[in-house]
Design a binder for this molecule. Structure first.
Ligand SMILES: NC(=O)N[C@@H](O)C(=O)O
Ligand code: NI
Length: 162
């Protein structure tokens, strides 16, 4: 594997913890509701909208495939960003630690069907990257003033392999 290649790993809450939250229905629900017909996995994401407000948007993104060229990382300094798939497919999640204001070595994860993610405020990440059609997601993020966006073009680019 070359220096600028990374292998995508299965998404787990533990591995993703430095970057955000993983939402899924693993294990017993926090509470049973609706006359015992629904399990509630309660309050599973640390949302943060700073001086803005919460917005819910739908994203319809083109599916990509592995190996994937990661050529851009971005972050939202003023709020978190939550991606909830509206299909039973996994998707590619790329993140990186902050290294003095620029992204460090990226990491790649492939989510399991039924998993959603919430990127914490300021986390470096690749743009939404579905791996299957439809690339349909609900996105909960900050609506407010300012761009709330910092982008870094990677040079050299990274190749993400399965
Ligand atoms: N730009 C936008 O709304 N989406 C990106 O922030 C992204 O993470 O996909
Ligand atoms: Ni984003």
């Amino acid at each position: 594997m070359s220096r600028f290649e990374i292998t995508a790993q299965p998404l787990t809450a533990e591995a993703f913890a430095p970057f955000g939250d993983v939402l899924d229905c693993a294990g017993a629900p926090d509470k049973m509701i609706n006359a015992g017909l629904c399990g509630r996995y309660h309050d599973r994401a640390r949302l943060d909208f700073g001086d803005g407000r919460a917005g819910v948007s739908l994203f319809k993104a083109e599916p990509r495939s592995l190996p994937y060229t990661l050529d851009l990382l971005e972050r939202h300094p003023d709020g978190s960003q939550c991606f909830v798939p509206m299909s039973e497919h996994g998707f590619l999640v790329t993140v990186a630690p902050d290294d003095g204001g620029t992204p460090g070595q990226p990491l790649a994860f492939v989510s399991a069907p039924g998993q959603a993610i919430n990127l914490h405020r300021g986390t470096w990440h690749g743009v939404l990257t579905p791996l299957h059609d439809p690339g349909l997601f609900a996105v909960i993020d900050r609506i407010g003033d300012g761009a709330n966006l910092e982008e870094v073009r990677l040079d050299p680019v990274w190749t993400v392999r399965a």
